[in-house]
Ligand binder design. Structure first.
Ligand code: B4P
Length: 188
């Protein structure tokens, strides 16, 4: 199964994807994690994206599509993947559909985690205080939310029209959101 975890920044996409890796033995493809790994390694790619990410802006489609394309054989071997933080633009969604189609596969389900802006801001303030992740500072977080509303939210009708969108309340505890996702997957 190919599953997209979709939602605004700090909705819990990464948190829930890691749970699914543990409970359902699925492969997680997180563009955020791949980009942070590139920065940590000091690679050319990492140097190109560091400032963009710190400001809270989106990295170019070209870069993230190439990162995902590189990892698709791994997803195929595992029988599918959880796409976490990808796609974030219409161009990325169309590229993903085309790449999967070329492999005889498709997106089966898009789980949208619904969380309001006040809760998102509170979660990020908590993580910034604890870990100091640079793009969690209040100014960058506002840019991330604006980027979501302008560039990523238009994917909601894209997947709804395709009959693939499932909305889950993401406001509860990590365990209760995980239970909601588990329930939805169990009903498939
Ligand atoms: P990501 O790494 O994808 O980060 P995110 O969307 O901000 O967070 P996520 O929803 O995964 O939240 P998390 O579980 O961590 O992106 C970072 C940056 O990378 C982007 O801003 C962009 O620059 C770049 N990028 C990545 N993909 C890209 C793409 N496709 N195109 C272009 N650029 C791209 O949770 C956040 C916090 O909330 C954690 O502290 C967690 O513990 C807490 N939390 C989670 N669920 C909770 C719950 N239910 N209750 C309470 N707290 C909860």
């Amino acid at each position: 199964m190919n599953l997209i975890l979709f939602g605004p920044p700090a909705a819990g996409k990464g948190t829930q994807a890691k749970r699914l890796v543990e409970t359902r033995n699925m492969v997680q493809l997180s563009t955020g994690d791949m980009l942070r790994a590139a920065i940590a390694s000091g690679s050319e790619l990492g140097k190109r994206v560091e400032g963009v990410m710190q400001r809270g802006e989106l990295v170019t489609d070209e870069i993230v599509i190439a990162l995902i394309e590189d990892r698709l054989p791994e997803a195929e071997a595992a029988g599918g993947a959880i796409f976490d933080g990808f796609p974030r633009t219409l161009a990325q969604a169309e590229a993903l559909d085309a790449m999967l189609k070329g492999r005889g596969a498709a997106i089966d389900l898009v789980i949208r985690l619904k969380v309001d802006d006040a809760a998102l801001t509170q979660r990020i303030a908590g993580r910034f205080a604890e870990s100091g992740r640079p793009d969690d500072n209040p100014d960058s977080f506002k840019v991330r939310l604006d980027a979501y509303n302008a560039q990523t939210a238009p994917l909601i009708p894209y997947y709804a029209d395709a009959g693939k969108l499932l909305e889950i309340d993401g406001m509860g505890s990590i365990d209760s959101v995980a239970a909601g996702i588990d329930d939805a997957l169990g009903r498939l």
